[in-house]
Design a protein around this ligand. Sequence first.
Ligand code: FE2
Length: 145
Amino acid sequence: MQAYFLENNAPVDNEALRAVGVLAETLPIEPSGHQPRLDELMHERGYATQDEVQLSPEMDNLESICAKFIDEHLHEDDEVRFVLAGAGIFDIRSQDDVWMRLEVGPGDLIIVPKGLHHRFMLTEAKHIHCVRLFKDPAGWVPVYR
Ligand SMILES: [Fe+2]
């Protein structure tokens, strides 16, 4: 995972992420490597459901899906993603309300806590395959800033 401030490319450290409640870790891709950690997070944080989501260039509705997450928004539930394949970009507001850019790829786990403003976009390859954990799918409605 690459993490840097968008305004000056300075590296974002774990402390800056922790300050706004973001968790970022790297786990093995194979299920036996990451599932125990995901189970632990479900237990600790009360996530009830796990599923997988894929976005790829062949999808007819790719643009309309991506359009929902490109504008700055928050959710009333945590956004938990473990990347199995592909790549994505999360821009997340820092404690000082500037953008921290996190470029995620295979093996990256990220939790954007509920209530924190962020936006999401694909890279040029337009492909990502993620595991999601959530408490309630209704929490997935974006609330725009
Ligand atoms: Fe989101």
